[in-house]
Design a protein around this ligand. Sequence first.
Ligand SMILES: [Zn+2]
Ligand SMILES: [Zn+2]
Length: 158
Amino acid sequence: MTNEALQQWVEHISLTFFGRPFQHQATFNSRLTATGGRYFTRSHNIEISPHQLSTFGEEETEKIIKHELCHYHLHILKRGYRHRDADFKKLLAHVGGSRYCQSLPERSQRKTIPFRYKLLCGKCGMEYLRKRKLDPAKYACGKCRGKLNLIILDISAD
Ligand SMILES: [Zn+2]
Ligand SMILES: [Zn+2]
């Protein structure tokens, strides 16, 4: 599904279930893995995880869109738009949105852990990327059996 199709879908749900137009941007964000969707209070834009769609299908994704639209409309109307607010709970139940910004299964989350470590062979220069810290003394280069050095990568730039 394209971003344009998502935009149309969100606009349609907004008019059908909320009786109000969605006048901002809805886009897919493949880096969204811990939740199915996100609403930005500054830009009023909505992001939906494409993993949400591929894992749970259109019906569940529609519930996530409704959830994000509850944040959206209540925020714009200056009403209680947070999860704990009575306005939010009421509207969410009314439109049949998902209770939470649904978390994706563990498996999908694990895939996105970045490589934080590099094992560098001191003999042949072969590199091995690793997500978790390990003791280089316990391993040898798979190519030349040389000694490995552990290097911590700077991943702050994402
Ligand atoms: Zn939410
Ligand atoms: Zn080597």
